[in-house]
Design a protein around this ligand. Structure first.
Ligand code: 5AD
Ligand code: SF4
Length: 472
């Protein structure tokens, strides 16, 4: 490689590897934004990076362990750089960083920086410190800098946002953290207490995003429907009110979505917004986790299976074509065959357009990890396979039901083949169709011709000029 080390700031390369949820995807983009003024441009190739950030997920054990294997893979690269007289800075960000802190540096002493999700605005300073430490020549394995405090200033206010002007569908973080303390979940510990951004900031950011070309905004938060931000003219709004303000106050914004929601926070106004805000898309990710009241109580979900059914009924009354998605955990401690059967019953009854399902994974420090009745891996595997089979059949049926229909598709980007476009239906299904690039950013009627496992195939409806109507 001919690239020179220590050359001007403008040539530095940042490789970001993101694990886990949409919030991490969002945060990774913000980290790139914070580092751009320092001269870092993003590369997909770890080998050519000066700085690698692993933005990690701690939600299940498997997700956490992936980080250590990746750090193991990066170790020789860093050693080689140092042997050449240069360096490769390694940073671990995200929820593993927050949950494990200095333990990361103990297990992987070649890590330079451990930075929790609330401290990303400190990255420039952390990098400067790490660079100085490396340049001082003192070999410092195990002395990585750890920044995992929960600062008092909300990070949103200190993080810049550079918008990719091509982006048609964008995320906008409105809320972070969680106060629910479901017994299985690390989020309240890694992301901290619930925080809602003020409505005025969100509206201003949405306006800016749409001016730059966005047509769809997904409001993002760990517990997004618990959002309760200060209103522009004083007082407080809930999420339904915010959605109305976005729909009314941001011209050019065609589609609004929000994720992830908790059943307890599906209030009347938010449900009503599904009836009377046309821009609010008829798709909702509303995790229920289990169909058994006993398990739900032990999980501290603070609602029962029937309450979930009632919420779904009300949503379907408000918006009859609403498609539902959920998360399920199988094999929670003490889950019996009978409890599990109730989960299958609930799924069969509701009918999900898509869903995610996981084997329960004990997370250190969470109450469920210390519960008696931890189940064997093979019991969990059998239950997971059964849940996934049922959910897969429901997803196929949902997609099949779209075939033969004419639906509005918002085109977001070019496809892999020349002349191919990729977009989404209102129900979040991905659609491929042949079409001109100028249609990117437009919502166009598409005849859905076929359905594959992960996407639909469609034909764009061309409007015949007047007088040239189809005479068969
Ligand atoms: N084990 C398995 N799945 C989990 N989830 C959260 N914590 C755990 C855990 N300890 C799942 C939940 C949640 C989703 C994001 O991850 O279903 O909704
Ligand atoms: Fe975790 Fe969601 Fe429960 Fe909060 S509501 S503790 S993020 S599962």
């Amino acid at each position: 490689m001919t690239r020179e080390r220590g050359d001007t700031a403008l040539t530095k390369k940042l490789h970001l590897k993101t694990y886990g949820c949409q919030m991490n995807v969002y945060d990774s983009a913000r980290m790139a934004d914070v580092l751009a003024p320092l001269g870092y441009s993003v590369t997909d190739i770890a080998d050519e990076a000066d700085l690698v950030i692993l933005n990690t997920c701690h939600i299940r054990e498997k997700a956490g362990e992936k980080v250590y294997s990746e750090l193991g893979r990066l170790r020789p690269l860093k050693a080689q750089r140092r042997a050449e007289g240069g360096d490769l800075l390694l940073a671990v960000a995200g929820c593993v960083a927050q949950a494990e802190g200095a333990e990361v540096v103990r297990r992987a002493p070649h890590v330079d920086i451990v930075v929790g999700p609330q401290s990303y605005h400190q990255l420039p300073e952390l990098i400067a410190r790490a660079t100085r430490a490396a340049a001082s020549g003192v070999p410092a394995p195990g002395r990585g800098i750890v920044a995992t405090d929960f600062p008092t200033d909300p990070k949103f206010d200190s993080l810049p946002r550079q918008v990719d002007p091509q982006a048609v569908s964008v995320f906008l973080a409105v809320q972070e953290g969680c106060d629910k303390f479901c017994t299985f979940c690390v989020v309240p510990y890694t992301r901290g207490a619930e925080y809602s951004r003020p409505a005025g900031d969100i509206l201003a950011e949405a306006q800016n995003l749409v001016q730059l070309g966005a047509r769809e905004i997904t409001l993002l938060g760990q517990n997004v429907n618990a959002w309760h931000g200060s209103a522009p003219a004083g007082g407080e709004w809930g999420l339904g009110r915010l959605i109305r303000a976005l729909a009314d106050g941001v011209p050019g914004l065609r589609r609004i979505r929000y994720t992830t929601s908790h059943p307890r926070d599906m209030d009347d106004d938010l449900i009503a917004a599904h009836a009377d805000v046309p821009a609010l898309m008829p798709f909702l990710h509303l995790p229920v986790q289990s169909g058994s009241d006993r398990v739900l109580a032990r999980m501290n979900r603070r609602h029962g299976a029937d309450e979930y059914r009632r919420i779904v009924d009300r949503l379907r009354t408000a918006r009859p074509d609403i498609a539902l998605s959920s998360d399920f955990i199988v094999g929670y401690p003490g889950e019996t065959d009978g409890d599990f059967a109730q989960t299958l019953d609930l799924i069969a009854e509701i009918g999900f357009a898509q869903a995610f399902s996981f084997k329960y994974s004990p997370r250190p420090g969470t109450p469920a990890a210390a519960e008696p009745g931890q189940l064997d891996e093979d019991v969990k595997s059998v239950r997971l396979a059964a849940v996934q089979e049922l959910l897969r059949r429901q997803q196929d049926a949902f997609n099949q039901a779209t075939v033969g229909r004419r639906v509005p598709v918002l085109f977001e980007k070019r496809g892999r083949h020349p002349g191919q476009l990729i977009g989404r239906t209102p129900w979040l299904q991905s659609v491929h169709a042949e079409g001109a690039e100028r249609l990117i950013g437009q919502e166009v009627e598409v005849d859905i011709a076929g359905s594959g496992p992960n996407s639909l195939a469609g034909r764009i409806v061309t409007i015949e000029p007047a007088g040239m109507g189809a005479a068969a």
